[in-house]
Design a protein around this ligand. Structure first.
Ligand SMILES: Nc1ncnc2c1ncn2[C@@H]1O[C@H](COP(=O)(O)OP(=O)(O)OP(=O)(O)O)[C@@H](O)[C@H]1O
Length: 296
């Protein structure tokens, strides 16, 4: 559905995208992860033909990105595009017009899209009277109203409370079930873990790692992560090293990678002689992989 090959982009002398290559299959949710400034928005703008790359190419449904492919794409940008004094329905009509939908299709699509984002009951409410979560759902509706094949959701849940987030996640799953291909950018690793079939980790305009969560897990030779609280951190690290446990700090948490599955009592026995306050076991998560891949 989307093929990006060796994309390069610089602003003045600053390279923002470096040979960026990524492919998204039809019907999948692809998560593009990256810190602020990694190049996510630049990539999106090139896909949407709003910005020209210096070199490389982008194909959507086998067609080079151009004015003609714009209709295949729906974008919900980070900042809501909505007109506050217009109602939900009026906002959608406005964007449906921009996409050139005829009157009959527009009417049908506005109602269908409002239903899809669960805002049918608020069709006549102005945007300024909606909650943050509702506004974000309407912003996604704008991306859907012209029935695109590829939907780009740029940080769709940033700043929302957990219930509003759950609603958006459910909406994204429904879109996938309808066969829509989704490119999702996010800083939220748990969001990517929950929703995405494949994930690309972007840093300085390059994809450093890509794959399903299971494939990405293979990048760390750990079966499990163990977070240890102790006042004898250096002694614990030395002791763990004797047993082949690699250590890492995740924030202030001292953690060890277990190279093989172990019973709790076996883990405890590896730290014999160290004053341990607590041991918490965790599966290997995207957070651990992300930190490893982006650390240099
Ligand atoms: N018009 C511009 N002129 C100069 N530099 C720019 C321009 N747009 C973006 N940049 C720079 O390009 C780099 C990538 O920016 P981009 O917005 O693509 O990152 P991002 O991954 O989307 O970040 P964020 O998560 O903060 O939105 C940043 O260093 C940014 O400062």
């Amino acid at each position: 559905m989307l093929k990006i090959n060796k994309l390069n982009k610089s602003y003045k002398n600053r390279k923002v995208l470096q040979d960026l290559t990524l492919h998204i299959d039809s019907g999948e949710i692809y998560g593009l992860l990256g810190a602020n400034g990694a190049g996510k928005t630049t990539t999106i703008n090139i896909i949407c033909n709003l910005l020209q790359a210096d070199s490389g190419d982008v194909k959507i449904n086998n067609q080079p990105a151009s004015a003609a492919t714009k209709k295949l794409i729906g974008i919900a940008p980070q900042e809501n595009l909505l007109y506050k004094t217009l109602s939900c329905e009026e906002n959608l009509k406005f964007f449906a017009d921009i996409y050139g939908l005829d009157r009959e299709t527009r009417q049908k699509q506005v109602q269908k899209t409002l239903a899809a984002v669960n805002l049918l009951e608020r069709a006549k409410s102005t945007v300024e009277t909606l909650s943050g979560g509702m506004r974000r759902r309407l912003n996604i509706a704008v991306a859907l109203v012209h029935q695109p094949k590829l939907v780009i959701l740029d940080e769709p849940t940033t700043g929302l409370d957990i219930e509003a987030r759950y609603e958006i996640w459910e909406l994204i799953r429904q879109l996938k079930n309808q066969g829509i291909t989704i490119l999702l950018t996010t800083h939220l690793l748990d969001e990517a873990e929950r929703l995405c079939q494949r994930i690309g980790i972007l840093k300085n305009g390059q994809i450093l790692a890509e794959g399903s969560l299971a494939e990405l897990r293979n990048l760390i030779p750990a079966q499990e992560i163990v977070v240890v609280q102790t006042i004898q951190e250096q002694q614990a690290i030395a002791k763990a090293k004797e047993h082949g446990f690699t250590h890492r700090y995740y924030g202030n948490d001292l953690a060890f990678w277990l190279p093989e599955p172990l019973e709790l009592k076996e883990i405890i026995s590896r730290f014999e002689g160290i004053a341990i306050d607590s041991i918490a076991r965790q599966p290997v998560r995207l957070e651990h992989i992300y930190m490893e891949v982006t650390k240099n």
